[in-house]
Design a binder for this molecule. Structure first.
Ligand code: PLP
Length: 412
């Protein structure tokens, strides 16, 4: 047994795994909460939340109902009722994230949220932008484009997935920042390795070193997956997509901008919701979602997804997803398969990636779907991202299938 496996089992060994063939077993925190119904069939089970989640029937039915109500009667009364549901969704999500509705913009996806920060940040020639090298293109290439426009420089730094301690990782973030740094932008949980950064510790340490840096956190892989309190994580902005772990409507995203930054960041789209003149900006972070006509029914249905998280509790969702992911990690380690992702519990997440060459990973997705009925992805290697709708049976099926296809993985 390797050291990594021993460490992993020390932590996982005590956890009570309650998933079963019969469906989702709720964690204690959510006992009594109602289990969302997704309706997918047993031969096409999604395990790809890092890309896109199925939408629970309660959310998709609400979305269809709101759309129908609008279609049947597009009167000002119907429209303002749906508009009020959108504001209710904003308030509920803010509460779940430990912030206020005035600090939340409802945009289209994480890419757009990241780009509000990238394009809207006041930067001058010579300013330095520091990026984690595992960022998504919308938080990486987008900065290169911005830097070219404004004469800024971009510097990237690495964090080995084999890092041994939180202090070591925080130290690498601290070392990346210089006197010229104006922006530090990184991903809470990487989509290409599954590495979970110690986001609170990083923000605190950076603030102590240099207080005037804008810290942007891409939360595409964490919003809806892990309990996250923006009152305790001292970032300046945070982004996410409802269609990933939040299990919400498609093409709805989130941008948190802390109150102190709202005035100085420029919007990237200004349309009717803005108001009649330049000074008429909507209240708070709403200035970043002053797009033209939106899909109001989809945004309103966000409130139903928020109710689901209120019911399960963010800590309950995190626990359930982590228990499933831990079982998967343990099974894959037992099978002797090669990990891209860290197995150090300080940095693990529900995004689990095994080493495979790109063309092999694509073949693995097809072979494993055929053998196990579970849908995965070829990102960063062979990627599995289980969520609360996955069971022990799904995990066991995929572990068995991965073992049979072991020739397609890189050798250890
Ligand atoms: C870390 C991260 N950031 C941003 C995105 C972009 O998300 P979207 O396509 O919803 O804009 C993704 C998508 O996978 C992601 O993993």
């Amino acid at each position: 047994m390797t050291i990594a496996r021993r460490d992993f089992l020390k932590v996982v060994g005590g956890a009570s795994f309650a998933g079963s063939l019969g469906g989702i077993a709720l964690p204690a925190a959510a006992a009594g909460a109602s289990v969302p119904n997704f309706g997918f069939s047993d031969d096409s089970v999604p395990m790809n939340a890092a890309n896109i989640c199925p939408i629970p029937l309660s959310v998709s039915e609400a979305e269809a109902k709101y759309a129908r109500e609008l279609d049947l009667n597009l009167s000002p009364a119907t429209r303002s009722r749906i508009e009020a549901l959108k504001e209710d969704a904003r308030t509920r999500i803010a509460r779940l994230l430990g912030t206020t509705a005035d600090e939340l913009a409802i945009v289209r996806n994480t890419s757009e949220a990241n780009n509000v920060i990238v394009q809207g940040m006041p930067l001058e020639a010579g300013d330095e932008i520091v990026l984690w090298d595992q960022n998504h293109p919308s938080n990486s290439v987008a900065w290169d484009v911005r830097a070219a426009r404004s004469g800024c420089s971009v510097r990237r730094f690495s964090v080995p997935t084999g890092s041994g301690s939180v202090d070591e990782v925080v130290g690498l973030f601290l070392a990346s920042v210089t006197d010229r740094t104006r922006v530090l932008s990184f991903t809470h949980i990487s989509n290409i390795t599954g590495f979970r950064t110690p986001v609170a510790e990083i923000c605190t340490a950076i603030r102590q070193k240099k207080n005037d840096i804008h810290i942007h956190v891409d939360g595409a892989q964490s919003w809806g997956a892990v309990a996250f309190d923006l009152g305790k994580v001292d970032c300046d902005s945070f982004s996410g997509s409802a269609h990933k772990w939040f299990m919400g409507p498609r093409e709805v995203g989130l941008l948190f901008v802390r109150e102190r930054n709202i005035g100085r960041i420029w919007p990237i789209v200004v349309s009717v919701p803005w108001g009649a003149d330049a000074n008429a900006a909507p209240k708070g972070a709403r200035k970043f979602d002053a797009l033209g006509q939106r899909d109001d029914a989809a945004i309103a249905s966000l409130g139903v997804a928020a109710a689901l998280h209120e019911n399960l509790t963010p800590a309950g969702v995190q626990k359930q997803s982590a228990e499933i992911a831990d079982r998967l990690r343990e099974g894959l380690l037992d099978a002797g398969l090669p990990f891209v992702s860290s197995v150090n519990p300080q940095f693990t997440s529900s995004v689990i990636i095994l080493k495979a060459a790109r063309e092999n990973a694509i073949q693995l997705v097809t072979e494993i779907l055929k053998a196990s009925g579970v849908i995965t992805a070829a990102v960063g290697g062979f990627r599995m991202s289980p969520h609360v709708y996955n069971t022990a049976d799904h995990v066991d099926r995929i572990v068995a299938a991965a073992g049979k296809s072991r020739a397609l993985f890189e050798t250890l």
